[in-house]
Design a binder for this molecule. Structure first.
Ligand SMILES: [Zn+2]
Length: 445
């Protein structure tokens, strides 16, 4: 197959005019809601006064209730059939894949898949990987043991469906994985941003320039990936690095095309609404930030309607040089759980990561800590440096960093230097932000 500059996994759907896409999505939204009301007691109860056939426009959709992770836990805990409970949309005998959320906050959500719904997820992931230039000539290395977590399983099966050669890289340490990638001549990687950086650092310690490993494309999952970190990964690996966003409950639902400036919603597989953060009732305009609410439109095993992902994204302008017509997100800002009000200012830790990676390459590992001193919120940045610098250069560095942080976040940071190796290291997902006050938005939950 020739690799043209732009090619689509599904040329028909990926170039349909927007109004046609929305018509298809509304039709499938009515169908999945109708189905779910018949099969899943939780949906029947939550949408009891709603008749699917009355939903004609996006405005009608916005009038419906939202579902969040806590609702799903409640629908499952102590309910039969175990462990999926009242949100299971098929007979338990039809479930042939068990996945769950990583459960870093609270109990996990258990996600059932039938053969059919699993194929639907893989088809979505084919769009994601194809957009990132994965082709049948690629050898795709997946440097994780996937366990019950879904994203790398999806990537694995989708890469197979594309005709790639897939090499599962679990049960090896990082050095073993690097050696394996070289041995099998891997050309593509599925990764988390944190592990992408960690692997590059490890390779360098082994005397190997990560660029020489031969990886040409990398799709990242699992964490927000600010543009500065994405570009850093591209420079380290000499590869094209693609961001994507998704979750265990809805599936991956938006991903970068070859332009790598924003993400395309995988339409019409999902109906995605980007809602204002205050009221969750208005769709934001291009350029505005909002919370993503996602309805997967083709999975009957786990029929979630208007799932509040708590992912904050920025809506982009419609249209993209690649020719795809789907909704564009210009940026994944972070998790609503990470959004904090500090001295009355909305703050998200990704902003700090963006400044450090883009403008202060001498800064290595870092940690952001918010705490209360008396009645005042204090925010500190603890950082390690890649190399030792003299006292006067250090003073200059701290001053200019404090100034840039103040300008971008409106907050005055207390900046401290940590000894090399003092801060915790992360290999899979990072936890560099610690809020030691009490609640999520204002410290008073
Ligand atoms: Zn595009």
């Amino acid at each position: 197959m020739s690799e043209e500059k732009v090619s689509y996994w599904n040329p028909f759907l990926e170039t349909l005019p927007r109004d046609k896409l929305i018509q298809i999505e509304l039709k499938n939204f009515r169908a999945i809601l109708d189905y779910a009301k018949k099969r899943a007691p939780f949906i029947r109860e939550k949408f009891r006064d709603i008749s699917p056939n009355d939903i004609k426009t996006m405005k009608d959709v916005r009038a419906l209730p939202l579902i969040d992770k806590e609702d799903l836990r409640t629908a499952q805990e102590g309910k039969e059939p175990f462990p999926f409970g009242d949100i299971l949309g098929v007979d338990i005998g039809a479930v042939n894949d068990f996945r769950q959320t990583s459960g870093t906050t609270g109990r996990p959500v258990y996600v059932p898949e039938t053969y059919e719904s699993w194929q639907w997820r893989i088809e979505v992931w084919c769009h994601i990987l194809w957009m990132a230039g994965f082709r049948e000539t690629d050898r795709v290395f997946v440097p994780f043991g996937y366990n019950v977590y879904v994203a790398f399983w999806e990537g694995h099966y989708a890469a197979e469906k594309l005709g790639c050669m897939v090499i599962p890289g679990g049960a090896l340490d990082t050095k073993g994985r690097i050696n394996k990638m070289i041995e099998v001549k891997a050309t593509a990687l599925l990764n988390t941003p944190t592990y992408g950086l960690h692997m590059a650092e490890t390779a360098k310690k082994m005397g190997i320039d990560p660029k020489d490993i031969g990886i040409k494309k990398m799709v990242c999952a699992g964490e927000p990936l600010p543009q500065a970190t994405r570009k850093m990964l591209e420079n380290l690996w000499g590869a094209r690095v693609y961001n994507h966003i998704g979750g265990t409950e809805p599936c991956g639902w938006a991903s970068m095309c070859e332009e790598r400036t924003g993400l395309h919603v995988i339409e019409p597989f999902f109906l995605v609404e980007i809602l204002d953060m205050e009221t969750l009732s208005r769709e934001v305009e291009p350029g505005e930030m909002g919370v993503a609410v996602v309805t997967p439109l083709g999975r009957h095993s786990f029929p979630i309607i208007r799932f509040n992902t708590k992912d904050i994204v920025r809506r982009g302008e419609d249209g993209c040089p690649c020719g795809r017509t789907s909704m564009v997100l210009s940026e994944v800002v972070g998790r609503l759980d990470d959004l904090r009000k500090i001295r009355g200012v909305l703050f998200t830790p990704v902003t700090v990561e963006e400044i450090l990676r883009r403008e202060f390459p001498v800064v290595g590992e870092y940690e952001i800590i918010v705490e209360k001193r008396g009645v005042m919120d204090e925010i500190s940045l603890k950082m390690e440096l890649h190399e030792e610098i003299g006292a006067s250069s250090l003073g200059e560095l701290i001053n200019s960093l404090r100034e840039r942080l103040k300008m971008k976040t409106n907050l005055r940071f207390n900046i401290q230097l940590a000894d090399p190796g003092e801060l915790p290291r992360y290999t899979l997902k990072s936890k560099r932000f610690k809020d030691l006050r009490r609640g999520p938005l204002d410290g008073t939950k």
